[in-house]
Each structure stands twice: as C-alpha cells, then as structure tokens.
Design a binder for this molecule. Structure first.
Ligand code: GAR
Length: 196
C-alpha cells in the first residue's frame, strides 16, 4: 500500500437544481486530487440536467422533493450518514433549513453570480441576476462564494472575483463570462477550504 492510500478521503456533497455545469467542473477538478472527492450530487429537480450529468460521471444522483428537504428530516439523516466535509451549493435554488445549517457549521458554501450584497436575495438567481446587472448599467459584476446562513445570499463571504461588464454585454453572454469565472475559481476555493 502506498502512502496516499492511508490518507482519509474528504467528501464533497454537491446540491444543484438545474444545468449542473459547475457540479461537473468541480467533479472533474477533484478527480485528479487524491484525498478529496465529490461523493454525491443531490437535486430537488427531477427534470434537472444535473441528474443526467451525474449519471454520466458515474455518480448515482440523489433526487429529493422540496418537502423532503423542508418538512422532514430525510435529507439531514442522509447527510449525517454520508458525513460530508463540505456541502457545496452549485446553482441550488431552495433555502437550506436551519437544522441542516446547525448540523454542519461552516461546512456549507454557496456560489452566487454577482458581487454580493448586490443582486442577491430571494428570487435572484441565474439569468435574473445578469438581467438586473445589465439593466442597471453596472461597470462590473462577478461571483461571490460564501458560507450559508438561514438568509438567502447573506452568509460570510469566502471569496469574490470580478469581471468588467461592457456596453455590448447581454444577459446571455454575461452569464457565459460569469460561468467561466466560476469554473476557474470555485474548485480552487473549495480546495483551499478543505486544505485549511
Ligand atoms: C451559476 O451561475 C450559479 O452561480 C447560479 O446558478 C448558476 C448555475 O449554473 N446560482 C445562483 O444563481 C444561486 N442564487 P450551473 O447549473 O450550470 O452550474
């Protein structure tokens, strides 16, 4: 047995509601890191592309409905069994219940596609954020990675990264630019958290 196989593998559990390109990017990044792995991908959306993507990666995704998260202890019990080192919300649109936040202190992070506190809060996700940034003629936008507390997009900021918004940017191409920024920084920030 070599030395690496003695190391405990840290587990990342990803929650995603939609397309799941960040989930795939995070999975791919950690596939070459020997002591950290994406062990599970959870989704609340039966039609989400992320479920298909998880299967392609060789992960059996965990689907749950909104009420399992909000009105039962099912997800908490499952997470207690998995014992994740970090829970990563990557395009996850439901609020994480207080009891899960309390059970995993400083172990749940979210990515938001704006420079919080700007353009955060309930109802601000994905293209809605980019439409508002363009409508307000902002000169810059970016991403915020933050710990999750019981208020949407309000927890302690871990890291923010900026890009310039130009006059000819549209919500669609701003979304592309923001996604590129997410692909570059999100896995590295996760890696840093898990290595500290
Ligand atoms: C990402 O841009 C992420 O920042 C955003 O949803 C997108 C998911 O893309 N999250 C939010 O808006 C949360 N409020 P993906 O499904 O392709 O990873």
């Amino acid at each position: 047995m070599d030395q690496k196989s003695h190391k405990k593998t840290k587990k990342i559990v990803i929650f995603a509601s939609g397309n799941g390109t960040n989930a795939v990017n995070i999975f791919n990044y950690f596939s070459s890191i020997d002591d950290i792995e994406v062990s599970h991908i959870f989704s609340n959306n039966r039609k989400a592309k992320v479920l298909e993507r998880a299967n392609t990666l060789g992960i059996t995704p965990v689907y749950f409905d909104k009420s399992a998260l909000l009105n039962s202890d099912d997800i908490l019990i499952l997470l207690d069994e998995i014992k994740p080192d970090l829970i990563v919300l990557a395009g996850f649109l439901l609020k994480i219940p207080q009891k899960i936040i309390e059970a995993f202190p400083h172990k749940i992070i979210n990515i938001h596609p704006s420079l919080l506190p700007k353009y955060g809060g309930k109802g601000m996700y994905g293209s809605k954020v980019h439409e508002a940034v363009i409508a307000n003629k902002e000169a810059k936008s970016g991403i915020s990675i933050h710990y999750v507390n019981p208020v949407y997009d309000d927890g302690e900021i871990v890291s923010q990264h900026e890009i310039i918004v130009t006059e000819d940017d549209t919500p669609d191409n701003l979304a592309d630019k923001i996604h590129q920024l997410e692909y570059t920084h999100f896995p590295k920030v996760i890696h840093k958290i898990l290595s500290s």
